[in-house]
Design a protein around this ligand. Structure first.
Ligand code: FE2
Length: 206
């Protein structure tokens, strides 16, 4: 199956000034598009079983030795998820059952933001900071290097921040903390809450 890059869920200039049109033109238009192109090229000579898998199934099931497929599939998935974690119409904080789960796991929304911000700012080198729902249905903050994705560890991603330099170098140069603080102002907590509700429903049905 050919994997297609999804549409960006807002206009290229919709997140400015926190994230500029130029950043999205490179990040979405060059980097993310490139991962899909390389993934499709790598799949041409891949084991036949991989041809039937959708992108999420690839991320979960590709053998580690097939690095070209794994790297590009995960980066393709991670970025598609990352775009949805930002919105031009952000809400200040989560509500409902998601907020209750945050309070239960972290003590408060402010504590979650501190933990997530520390993970994003402290990740050494390229990677991603995540809020996940683990196999026990509990919330956790984690970080992964390079193309890492918590799906491969049995966790369900709820929210992510890209901390590769290409995410912020045009707007913030080497100042990753300033980018992470700006990212929070665009956070799509409604999207994260939807992922949480879906994760809980899937666990209840299992
Ligand atoms: Fe990126």
């Amino acid at each position: 199956m050919e994997h297609k890059q999804p549409e960006l869920p807002y206009a290229m200039d919709a997140l400015a000034p926190a994230i500029s049109r130029e950043t999205l033109e490179y990040h979405y238009g060059k980097h993310h598009a490139g991962y899909f192109k390389k993934l499709n090229e790598a799949l041409e000579s891949a084991p036949a079983a991989y041809a039937k898998l959708n992108l999420e199934e690839l991320v979960c099931k590709v053998e580690p030795q097939h690095t070209g497929i794994l790297n590009n599939a995960a980066q393709a998935w991670n970025h598609s998820f990352y775009w949805d974690c930002m919105t031009p119409q952000p809400s200040a904080e989560p509500t409902g059952e998601f907020l209750q789960a945050i309070d239960s796991a972290f003590g408060s929304f402010a504590a979650l933001k501190k933990s997530f911000g520390d993970a994003a700012k402290g990740q050494f080198g390229s990677g991603w900071a995540w809020i996940v729902c683990n196999a026990d249905g509990e919330l956790a903050v984690t970080a992964t290097s390079n193309e890492g994705n918590p799906l491969r560890d049995g966790c369900t991603p709820l929210f992510v921040c890209d901390v590769w330099e290409h995410a912020y170098y045009i707007d913030y140069r080497n100042d990753r903390p300033a980018y992470v603080d700006a990212f929070f102002k665009l956070a799509n907590w409604d999207f994260a809450a939807e992922q949480f509700a879906a994760a809980r429903a899937a666990q209840a049905a299992a």
